[in-house]
Design a protein around this ligand. Structure first.
Ligand SMILES: Cc1cc2nc3c(=O)[nH]c(=O)nc-3n(C[C@H](O)[C@H](O)[C@H](O)COP(=O)(O)O)c2cc1C
Length: 166
């Protein structure tokens, strides 16, 4: 039995966060390589955009300190996290940038961006275009290489982590 639908709420920041949190997503770590240094941040704003040409996007907060480095790199790799990736997600969301790769194995994709060893799938991109999106930037990537393995994804819903089930 579903509870009553709360309607007519005003779009203030807290309500936007609460209501948008009802859109269950996968979780990714968006990586890049800048001057030989691997960087990355947890992102759930990733989506597929176009098949021909092959385009994807994620949205970077203008407050992010990692985004300007990805912008300079002109490439990014989206690492889709497997269900075992909750710790990875927390690390790439909260730890200081210098510590995020401690104990994390990776190998470079064609652009040089890190493909995390434990990723469920990855999409390696050159930055195609950037669009203003309020307090975020919409970052469109042209896909140059991608890959995947069998396995289940990490899910994110209402601020918590979960598993996919059918
Ligand atoms: C599940 C989850 C999803 C996130 N999605 C995004 C996102 O789509 N875009 C974004 O800019 N930050 C997102 N963040 C926040 C960043 O991972 C990170 O906390 C923030 O960028 C601060 O680090 P930075 O200063 O190194 O960028 C997300 C965090 C979590 C835990």
């Amino acid at each position: 039995m579903m509870s009553d639908l709360q309607r007519g709420l005003a779009p203030d920041g807290a309500t936007m966060r609460t209501v948008m949190g009802h859109f269950g997503t996968g979780v990714t770590v968006v990586t890049a390589m800048v001057d030989g240094e691997p960087i990355g941040m947890a992102c759930n704003s990733f989506t597929s955009l176009s098949l021909e040409p092959a385009l994807v996007l994620f949205c970077a907060a203008k407050s992010s300190s990692t985004w300007p480095k990805i912008q300079v790199a002109k490439h990014y790799c989206v690492n889709i996290l497997a269900e075992s990736g909750e710790e990875l997600c927390r690390t790439f969301a909260m730890k200081s940038a210098a510590e995020r790769y401690d104990g994390v194995g990776y190998a470079p994709a064609i652009t040089g961006a890190p493909v995390l060893n434990d990723a469920l799938a990855y999409i390696d991109c050159e930055i195609e275009s950037e669009y203003d999106g309020g307090d975020h930037v919409i970052v469109v990537g042209r896909v140059v290489e991608l890959g995947y393995r069998d396995g289940a994804p990490l899910m994110y819903f209402r601020g918590g982590y979960g598993r996919y089930s059918v």
